[in-house]
Design a protein around this ligand. Sequence first.
Ligand SMILES: Nc1ncnc2c1ncn2[C@@H]1O[C@H](COP(=O)(O)OP(=O)(O)OP(=O)(O)O)[C@@H](O)[C@H]1O
Ligand SMILES: [Mg+2]
Length: 366
Amino acid sequence: MFGKHANPDQDLEKQVLDALKKVNDPELHRSIVEIGMVKNLAVKEGKVSFDILLTTTACPLKAQIQKEATDAAYTVPGVKDVHANISGETLAPKVPKKTPIPGIKNIIAVSSGKGGVGKTTVSVNLACALQKRGAAVGILDADIYGPNVPLMMGLKNAVISEKTPEGKMKPPENYNIKVMSMAFLVKDEQPVVWRGPLLDRVIRQFFNDTGWGELDYLIVDLPPGTGDAQLTIIEAVPLQGAVIVTTPQDVAILDSKKGLSMFKNAGIPVLGVIENMSYYLCTHCDEKSYLFGQGGGAELSRLLEVPFLGEVPMNPEVRQYADEGKPIVIADPDSVQAEAFMNIAHQLTTTICEMGVNELLAATPV
Ligand SMILES: Nc1ncnc2c1ncn2[C@@H]1O[C@H](COP(=O)(O)OP(=O)(O)OP(=O)(O)O)[C@@H](O)[C@H]1O
Ligand SMILES: [Mg+2]
């Protein structure tokens, strides 16, 4: 009466799970079941449904993963219908050593040893690239004395004029990206002469008292070097990691090493090195000239033992568009420079995923 096939759906469920185990995440090359991407698998009268948690909201390969998982489930005899839902939830690779800021999944600092290497340019373009890849993104301009993010994001004249229903400062927004900056609070001519304690307070407020809402990524544009602002952020903010921007002539290893050890000592992962102004890209013939030698950033990342996220060419358009308040990723999305930023965003999200997956695997007994 109650034979071992009393519940055929249960058998099917096991077989579908086995079939899904063979599907690998295309970037991480790990089984989607093993890394916990498949949730809520259910089988009812041969109809299969399950949720797929992506490693990141900006995952460009979600359609591919969805198709491969669906096809795999259909290979099991007896399966009549497959419904693979892409979940809104992500496989959160969090390192919550500090209390997370509610609603913000990943906080990423953009730093450099020296000034003028292109941190702000990288921050705004990276933010736009992540947004274009489908993520909810904000930028926090932590350069209190020289805030440049509003200019480059086309928010030069913006001010904080409203509060959110929760009583937080409503951040100005452009290109679907929320921005908070000291420039919204002081007028152009007023120099900011605050010292340590006040700087510390304002930075903490930018993180905690801004109505960021739900964000996948909050990009933090740091001032150069290893000063007070960096120390406050490292101490007060649950950073997912930091990226280091360098230029070929600034492969001043010492500066970058200082930055690296500042983060490492605080237990903050360095997610990689970005080389900006790597080569001159001729606007007429697209010829590349490596004025300061080739491969410096990659070499630096090897020495520092952190990933190399990519190189961005030097090109007058990057600056012109930045000055006009349009990051090149938005202004000229088909340009080589925009493509470089899109690739860097992809590398960055992959690195974050891998890091999170490794942590998850380390925490999960086999
Ligand atoms: N790839 C590039 N091609 C051409 N110009 C660039 C490029 N990257 C940055 N620039 C220009 O270089 C200047 C410095 O860039 P940016 O302000 O982003 O550097 P920064 O590291 O944020 O500087 P600071 O340390 O002062 O904050 C800007 O005028 C910017 O438009
Ligand atoms: Mg800057």
